[in-house]
Design a binder for this molecule. Sequence first.
Ligand SMILES: [Zn+2]
Ligand SMILES: [Zn+2]
Length: 149
Amino acid sequence: MDTMDSMKGKDEMDKVITGGCLCGVVRYEYAGEVGESSYCHCDDCKRATGGPYTVGVVSVAARLRIVRGKVKGYATKADSGRNITREFCPECGSPLFTRAEKCPDLVFIKAGSLDNPEVVRPSCQTWTERAVPWAYIDEHLPRYPKGRP
Ligand SMILES: [Zn+2]
Ligand SMILES: [Zn+2]
């Protein structure tokens, strides 16, 4: 158990969050509460999701379990020169997870793939310099022109 886990109550750790792709081939479970999340307006997220932005939930990679199916990954280079791998269902193409070489212990779960996405509360917006004018989002959230500082 890491420090973060031991600070949480047992009930919270027993909680399991579920999600999956559109066709149902890939299903996953996440042990614990959803973590912090943020909007990303970068061009790669637009392309990969087909939407104006994506919302990624910061999650502990070790607590994510793919319980059905297998994902496929596609890697691009981040500005840092390190890989960002976006994982999706090979059958229906639904975006599911993003993994960054920079932080191998984390996985960013696509909020829209959760069975109950309403539990997500994004706390900031990144890459707002690339945001389209028709992406209406809570204007009081902190905005970062590029990635998180
Ligand atoms: Zn699918
Ligand atoms: Zn992005």
